[in-house]
Design a protein around this ligand. Structure first.
Ligand SMILES: [Zn+2]
Ligand SMILES: [Zn+2]
Length: 174
């Protein structure tokens, strides 16, 4: 990627009049995210984002869209997992009000902090739990081994972990 990542968009330089809009393509540098005590790393680190800026009377309205791809551990088995999401978020910033709801925290002195906004939006786009696959079997609660590829019979620890007993157990079930 040739363009340097953008973190700040100077709204004054867009010189939009009221009622006008502009669509920008911006490269955003994404930092690793902390989620559920684990770290998730954006890959690639720079997201190609589309930023729509429009200027209704009294302020600005923004829409930011970018594909999110993160890599990090599965919340159950700790094996590598990926997160894929399409981030699509909006903000408004009115300059004629003190209502906090209508003032974007990402706009300061006519500068839009698109980097910080993208980071916060990425955190909100995370699934409730990051899993390597929907039916991940997780770790054995007794020995801590990953169970996805394991033979379930080898983890029947109630038999004392002796594989012969596990085998016998298996025969009894048949
Ligand atoms: Zn897993
Ligand atoms: Zn086990």
């Amino acid at each position: 990627m040739s363009r340097a990542p953008t973190t700040i968009v100077d709204l004054g330089r867009l010189s939009l009049s009221h009622g006008e809009g502009s669509r920008l393509s911006v490269a955003i540098q994404l930092d690793p995210l902390e989620f559920g005590g684990q770290e998730y790393v954006p890959a690639p680190q720079v997201a190609e984002a589309r930023l729509d800026v429009s200027r209704p009377t009294g302020g600005y309205a923004f829409r930011l869209r970018f594909p999110l791809h993160l890599e990090g551990p599965c919340a159950r088995c700790l094996e590598p997992a990926t997160v894929e999401a399409e981030v699509d978020v909006r903000e408004v910033d009115r300059q004629d009000t003190d209502d906090e709801e209508l003032c974007s925290p990402y706009v300061v002195d006519n500068q839009l902090d698109v980097g910080r906004w993208a980071h916060d939006a990425a955190v909100l786009a995370m699934p409730a739990r990051v899993l390597c696959r929907a039916d991940c079997a997780g770790l054995c609660p007794v020995c801590g081994e990953a169970l996805n590829e394991a033979d379930p019979a080898a983890h029947r620890h109630e038999t004392g972990g002796d594989p012969r007993w596990a085998k016998l157990d298996e025969l009894k079930r048949e």
